[in-house]
Write a protein that binds this ligand. Structure first.
Ligand code: PEP
Ligand code: MN
Length: 375
């Protein structure tokens, strides 16, 4: 089911062009000079549509730099006056919203640590009632699509229609080259549920490391995300926050120049035909896969009835290990990754167990009634 959001296009509130939309600026505003000088260099690249800077910083541990506070809003104002770049800051309380609005900030964003908390999001939404300002909502720290959607809905219900989502990756316990696991499928799910909602990628917070920013940015554009938010600092080596992931404005321009912007729609007729033909083939195969799954589940049901009649447990671990091992080896021989085959088999197996559990727990009377209705 699609989400019921009332959204205005991105181009109604930020400059979009033929290059990828880019919002850039330091993780934190540290000093007036640092912010204004960074803004000038960013503006000079000609690639930046808005200047970002954290004024109130939600740090994981107390004692880390928690943001310069309201004075930073004055610096942002100056940066905007001198460069013409619209500005954006993170807001985490109703008071932040009030102050940012008063200082003429152009765009607000809700950070990952706020999106996780519906109380916080509602407080921000309440402060936004009756105000016409664009708001970007970062995904929550944890991989929970509903929380992300909930936050977008709360802000939208407050009357904010210039709305975008920012994909900044998710906390994960597993070791990974990324600071925050991208978990692209969650962002894709959001895009599927709300195709009109602009989706901006934040490769800086996904990567946690400047060397990966180009790679993540390209991947985001290839998934048809509409823009990028990238942290840029005049001298990242001395940045007070997120030093490892920030890039100089010059390095940022270099990254952007190397990105390829692929079109979601194909204009070339021949290519279009070829793609349509290949898609038809895929659709046919998908139909077959579903049909085969249905056949498999019918047999699973028969097995379930048989196990019930003979008092046999649903799960027989040895048999499942055997299916998995054989399947993964077969998949490998056919050039499917072991991870993919394992996930696929686990999904099928989980559904089979669910079906058999249903059968085991159904009373005799219920089963007889069902037989009658199907007769
Ligand atoms: C930030 O943008 O500097 C920030 C704190 O990001 P996030 O909320 O994604 O952690
Ligand atoms: Mn940061």
């Amino acid at each position: 089911m699609k989400l019921n959001l009332n959204i205005q296009p991105l181009s109604s509130w930020i400059k979009t062009g033929s290059e990828p939309l880019l919002i850039a600026g330091p993780c934190s505003a540290e000093t007036e000079d640092q912010l204004v000088a960074t803004a000038h260099l960013l503006a000079k690249t000609g690639k930046v549509s808005a200047l970002r800077a954290g004024i109130w910083k939600p740090r994981t541990r107390p004692g880390e730099f928690e943001g310069i506070g309201s004075i930073g809003l004055e610096w942002l104002k100056r940066a905007k006056e001198e460069t013409g770049l619209p500005t954006t800051v993170e807001v985490a309380t109703g008071k932040h919203v009030e102050e940012a609005l008063k200082a003429g900030v152009d765009i607000l964003w809700v950070g990952a640590r706020s999106t996780v908390n519906p109380f916080t999001v509602q407080e921000i939404a309440d402060a936004l009632k009756g105000v016409d300002i664009p708001v970007m909502v970062k995904n929550p720290v944890n991989p929970d699509l509903s929380l992300w959607i909930g936050a977008l809905e709360r802000i939208n219900n407050a009357g904010i229609t210039k709305l975008a989502a920012i994909h900044r990756g998710f906390s994960s316990y597993e070791k990974s080259p990324f600071r925050n696991e991208p978990m692209w499928d969650i962002a894709i799910n959001l895009k599927t549920l709300a195709p009109e909602l602009p989706l901006i990628n934040d490769p800086s917070h996904i990567s946690g490391n400047r060397d990966l920013i180009g790679y993540i940015s390209q991947k985001a554009l290839d998934l048809d995300m509409q823009g990028l938010m990238i942290e840029s600092h005049i001298d990242p080596s001395v940045a007070w926050t997120d030093a490892k992931q920030q890039v100089t404005p010059a390095a940022l321009a270099e990254i952007i120049t190397h990105l390829t912007l692929r079109k979601p729609e194909i204009r070339n007729a021949e290519l279009k035909d070829k793609l349509a033909e290949l898609r038809t083939q895929i659709d046919k195969i998908d139909d077959l896969v579903i049909q085969k799954m249905a056949e498999r589940m019918q047999i699973v049901e028969q097995i379930g009835n048989y196990k019930k009649a003979n008092n046999v447990t649903i799960l027989q671990v040895n048999r499942w290990d055997e299916i998995l091992r054989k399947g993964v080896n077969y998949g490998k021989a056919l050039k499917l990754s072991a991870e993919f085959t394992e996930k696929l088999l686990e999904l099928i197996h989980a559904e089979s167990i669910r079906k058999q559990t249903e059968i085991m727990n159904k009373s005799e009377a219920g089963q007889a009634a069902e037989k009658l209705t199907h007769a």
